[in-house]
Structure formats: structure tokens, C-alpha cells
Design a protein around this ligand. Structure first.
Ligand code: ASP
Length: 616
């Protein structure tokens, strides 16, 4: 009898963990009915828990039970080795089965809205739509791959905590009901019942609190922090997401880089992922110039180069100016005939000027492409050999263009990446992008006019690169003298040329962290506020507590925040962070499981002193 067996949760054997150790022993297992087959006298049940599946053999005397898929069972049985012909090499427990002595249905399942036992190689290939998966998220999460995602996430966060603890960081929780934090998005507001007419803002990040913690002498802070930003959603954005938020005192940029490199190396090595540290660092301006992006994907490191104009291209085309010609040289590109034809088609469709080189098995190059008639092939050949040390026996493609050269070359590169024609140099390419501009220019609609204004590129607490500090004062003076200054090209160029102490971490072309060294000089902080259009009254109202704190001894400090959802998704090969979040929201910010956001009772609104009005 089941009740006479004295099991605790510690004796529980997981379905997916049944192995030779248990052969001929009695085990008690729990799980969901993944599949079942009635083979005349015997019933075979695949029982599934979060660790995997094991086959349960239900002898004829117990067969009176009536099963449905996803019923919850408790089984007591003896583990047996399967006869050779019945071994299932596709599951970890495929050599074994549990011959049931007792079987109990703990809960019945109704017919399912979708099959959980559908065979799939990857979640991305599931046949059901995502909305249904999100509505029945508890069923979706029962899939072993989804469990693995959750497990991976849990482990990453655990190893982060271990590492940070070892480096003397304290995890400190900061409030959710707070004041606005200027991270550039809209705030989610929470009305105060006790103080009608007043609102809390949910934190876009713990930025202000972590700086206050530095003033408080905590010195090394981190937090697995929920951040809330009301902005338009994309595959890699959610209204609430998780950051590993970090702040340190008495450090320089180099320390933050070192810390994060060691942190990621430790965490990923523990999960069996090899990465190389230190990470490469490139300058923001270099990235923009050569990759047209502040988050280049250097798994595919093909910088744009200027054409050597001593090699003539005799093309009679008003759009083509040899002095403005650039190229990318794609080394080791191996294309099939079909891929080559498709690429050709793509290049022609986009009216791109190009050449490509096929060297045959004897290493003899032959050029093709729309420019082939207009160049001296030998000259080009020599030039490229000198520049790029190319190898025999490979296809090489390079493309030359003029007007819009960056966009066009990047277009081709993206085509090649999307069609998997370029091989990544490594699976996970972490890259620091350094020396971001301090400011950006934004356009704001005032009435029916577009007004240009200066905004922080990172956030207003970011310090400036020492060499560029004077430029900040200059801009400040100019604005003070002439608040209505025309934002002509020259002025804009000057503003954008000011470099900051802000940096981003990029993984495979996706921004996964950003941070900066902070301003600790109250006077300079006020100047920055003025430049970005926050006057003294507003600064005091919004950030007065920070400025006040800075009066009482503020250590130099800086920090960073890692977007952990994105990092996990990239490591697991997903383009959508929803696959690694247990209960994500849709593009329109809806939780399909709970149906949030939803209407509330009038009485609740009344208590808060809120009256709804029509919005369009
Ligand atoms: N608070 C910043 C952010 O969320 C990160 C930082 O500067 O530490 O992007």
C-alpha cells in the first residue's frame, strides 16, 4: 500500500534521473502523462516531470485506470532494465522502465488546447502561435526546453550572486515605489491613495538609489533589479525587465571592464560556455565610421575600407566617384552555385556596383560582376593580395560602391549574415564600445513646430571625458548667451563631438549592458542639467535629494547595468527575450495569462481620487 511507504521529498526520484543505480529498486515518481500506448495487455505511459521522461509499464491488473494526456500521476514501481529491442536511444532514461506496483491519478486533465508532446527540435519551430502559448503559459512552461531556459536563467543569476559576493559586493534592494529616473523612457505611474493627486514612478532603473548608496559608503553594490519602462516594445524589449545593476566607488572605467569580464567569464564557464577575456574595446566613433553601428557584430569582422583610387575604375556613371569609393573584402566566403546566383540577383536588384573573385582549385582567379568591364583585373588582383592576404581555393567577394557607401556595404553584409553565408569567428563575441558621445540631439514637437534639443546620450549623471570638459563649458556659455541659438550643422557637430565616460557592452551585435563613470561635482552636474533643458527648480524637484547628498562627501563612482534577459536569450540562441521570461507580455504590453492591464472598479478609482477621461 502506498501509504505505508515512508517517503519524504528527499527520497523522491525524478523521472529523468532514473538510471542503473535504481535497477531492481522500488521508486516513487510523480509527473504528467506525456504519452501513453495501450498494447493489449499492458499500458505504457511516458511520465514526464521537469527533468525528463521515463517509461512506466502498467501491468494488466492495474490497467483499470483511465488516462488522459497531462493527468498528474503518482507511481510506485520497480526499476527494470528494458529488453534490448525496447531501448529508446532518444531519451536519457531509455534503457530503463518503471514497472508499476501502485498507480494513482492525483489530478485529471481536460483535453488540451495544444499538444505538449509535439516533437520539436526547437521552440522556435513550434506550430502553435505565441499568443496561445502565452495564454496557457503554465502548459507551455511544462515543455522540457522551456524548463531548461528557466533553469539556465536561474543558474546564471545564482552564479552572478556567487561571484559578486566573492568580490565584496552587497545586494541591496531599492524601492519600486519611487520618483522618476531619467533613463529616457516614459514612466509607469502609481497613484498614491494616502496623498491624493500625488504619484510614485516605478523605477526605470535604480540609478539614483545606487548613487545614493555610494554616498552612503556601501562602496560595492549590485542588485538583480526589475526595471520598468513604458516604451514601445520589440522582440528584445519588455515593459518590465531584469538588470544586473552594479555601482562601485573609487574606481575607473578600467575596473568596470575588468569586473564585468571576470564576472561573465566565471558565470559562463560554470555553464560550460568558453569565452575569451579581456573583451575587445572599440571607440564609438570608429564603430560608426567603419560599421555604421554603435553595436557592431564582430563575429563578422569586415570593416569598410576606402578604395585605393590609383586603381582606376573607368565607369561612366554620374553616381560613381572613385574618390568616394569604398569596399568590403569578404574573405573565405564559400558559396554554392545557387547561393552565388541568388547573391548576384540581390546585388543587381539593389543596383550595387561590385566585383567578385572566384579562384578555382588551381588558385587561378577569375573576376566577375558588374564592374569587371571597367577595371584592370591584374591591378585589382595585386592590390587585394597585398591588402588582404587572401588564400587560394576560396571564393572571395568584395563590393565597391560610392554614394551611400556605408549603407550599401552594410546591406550586403547583412544579406550575407542573414543567409548564413559568413562564418562567425566565434559563437559569442563580447565587445566594449567606449567613449560614447555625452549628448544627442532630439527633436521635440512644440505646437506644430519641430524643436531640436540637447539630450543626454546615456543619462544626465554621466561624466565627460576630461579632454572634452572645456567644450561642455563652451556649449553652456553659448546657450546662456543665446537661449534661442540656432541648431545649425556647426553647433550640432560641436555638441555631438563631446565624448563621455560612458560605455556599452555588445554581444553579437546586441547592446547588453551600458554604464558610465558619474558626475560627482554638483556645479558641473547643474551645468549638464541646464544644457539639457532642466532648470534649477526642476533639477531640485526631481533630483534635489541626490544633489543634497553630494554635499556631504561623495566618493568618485561609476557603474553599469547588464540586461540579463537579452544576455540569456542570446546565449540560448533566441531572438526574442520572451522565451527566457516566465511570464512575458505581448507587443501591446498585455499579459495574456492574467489579462493585465485591466479595468478596475470605480470604487478603487474613487479612493485614489482619479476620474478617467477619453484619450485618443
Ligand atoms: N542606469 C543605467 C541604465 O539602466 C545603467 C548605468 O548607468 O549604470 O542604463
Amino acid at each position: 500500500m502506498i501509504n505505508q511507504i515512508d517517503y519524504t521529498y528527499k527520497d523522491r526520484v525524478w523521472c529523468g534521473k532514473i538510471n542503473e543505480k535504481y535497477v531492481n529498486k522500488e521508486v516513487k515518481i510523480y509527473g504528467w502523462v506525456h504519452r501513453f500506448r495501450d498494447m493489449g495487455g499492458i499500458l505504457f505511459v511516458d511520465l514526464r516531470d521537469r527533468t525528463g521522461i521515463v517509461q512506466v509499464v502498467v501491468p494488466s491488473e492495474l490497467k483499470r485506470i483511465k488516462l488522459s494526456l497531462e493527468d498528474v500521476l503518482e507511481v510506485v514501481g520497480i526499476v527494470k532494465e528494458r529488453p534490448i529491442e525496447n531501448i529508446n536511444p532518444n531519451i536519457a532514461t531509455g534503457n530503463f522502465e518503471v514497472v508499476a506496483k501502485e498507480i494513482r491519478i492525483l489530478s485529471k486533465s481536460e483535453p488540451l488546447p495544444f499538444m505538449i508532446n509535439e516533437d520539436y527540435k526547437d521552440i522556435k519551430d513550434l506550430k502553435i502561435d505565441e499568443a496561445t502559448r502565452l495564454k496557457y503559459r503554465y502548459l507551455d512552461l511544462r515543455r522540457l526546453q522551456m524548463f531548461k531556459n528557466m533553469y539556465f536563467r536561474h543558474k546564471i543569476i545564482k552564479y552572478i550572486r556567487d561571484f559578486m559576493d566573492n568580490e565584496d559586493f552587497l545586494e541591496i534592494e531599492t524601492p519600486l515605489l519611487a520618483k522618476p529616473t531619467p533613463e529616457g523612457a516614459r514612466d509607469f505611474l502609481v497613484p498614491s491613495r494616502l496623498q491624493p493627486g500625488k504619484f510614485y514612478a516605478l523605477p526605470q532603473s535604480p540609478q539614483l538609489f545606487k548613487q545614493i548608496l555610494m554616498v552612503a559608503g556601501i562602496d560595492r553594490y549590485f542588485q538583480v533589479a526589475k526595471c520598468l519602462r513604458d516604451e514601445d516594445l520589440r522582440a528584445d524589449r519588455q515593459p518590465e525587465f531584469t538588470q544586473i545593476d552594479i555601482e562601485m566607488s573609487f574606481i575607473s572605467k578600467k575596473d568596470i571592464f575588468l569586473l564585468i569580464e571576470n564576472l561573465l567569464n566565471y558565470v559562463l564557464n560554470n555553464l560550460g560556455i568558453e569565452i575569451s577575456i579581456p573583451f575587445d574595446v572599440i571607440d564609438y566613433n570608429y564603430a560608426i565610421k567603419h560599421f555604421n553601428s554603435d553595436k557592431p557584430d564582430l563575429r563578422f569582422n569586415y570593416p569598410v575600407k576606402k578604395w585605393n583610387n590609383s586603381i582606376k575604375i573607368n565607369l561612366n556613371d554620374e553616381n560613381f566617384d572613385i574618390n568616394q569609393a569604398y569596399y568590403i573584402f569578404f574573405k573565405n566566403l564559400v558559396l554554392t552555385r545557387k547561393e552565388l546566383d541568388k547573391l548576384n540577383e540581390f546585388l543587381k536588384q539593389n543596383n550595387l556596383k561590385f566585383l567578385y573573385l572566384i579562384s578555382n582549385s588551381l588558385g587561378e582567379p577569375s573576376f566577375k560582376g558588374s564592374l569587371v568591364k571597367f577595371v584592370d583585373i591584374n591591378e585589382v588582383d595585386n592590390y587585394l593580395r597585398k591588402e588582404n592576404q587572401f588564400y587560394n581555393g576560396n571564393y572571395l567577394v568584395f563590393v565597391i560602391s560610392s554614394k551611400n557607401y556605408l549603407n550599401e556595404l552594410i546591406l550586403i553584409k547583412n544579406y550575407l549574415i542573414e543567409n548564413r553565408l559568413l562564418k562567425p569567428v566565434k559563437d559569442f563575441y563580447f565587445l566594449w564600445v567606449d567613449n560614447f558621445p555625452l549628448f544627442k540631439i532630439e527633436e521635440e514637437k512644440v505646437g506644430n513646430k519641430l524643436i531640436r534639443k540637447i539630450s543626454p546620450e546615456h543619462h544626465p549623471f554621466t561624466n565627460v571625458l576630461e579632454e572634452d570638459k572645456d567644450k561642455v563649458y563652451m556649449i553652456y556659455e553659448q546657450l546662456k548667451k543665446n537661449p534661442n541659438i540656432i541648431y545649425d550643422d556647426e553647433f550640432v557637430k560641436e555638441v555631438l563631438s563631446i565624448r563621455s565616460l560612458a560605455y556599452d557592452l555588445v554581444l553579437n551585435g546586441v547592446e547588453v549592458a551600458s554604464g558610465s563613470i558619474r558626475i560627482t561635482d554638483i556645479k558641473f552636474q547643474k551645468i549638464i542639467f541646464e544644457i539639457i533643458g532642466i532648470n534649477e527648480e526642476e533639477a531640485n524637484r526631481k533630483f534635489g535629494f541626490l544633489l543634497e547628498a553630494f554635499k556631504y562627501g561623495v566618493p568618485p563612482h561609476g557603474g553599469i547595468a547588464l540586461g540579463i534577459d537579452r544576455i540569456i536569450a542570446l546565449l540560448l540562441g533566441y531572438s526574442s527575450i520572451r522565451e527566457v521570461i516566465a511570464f512575458p507580455k505581448t507587443q501591446s504590453g498585455t499579459c495574456l495569462l492574467t489579462k493585465a492591464p485591466s479595468e478596475v472598479d470605480l470604487s478603487q478609482l474613487k479612493e485614489l481620487g482619479i476620474k478617467l477621461m477619453e484619450v485618443n
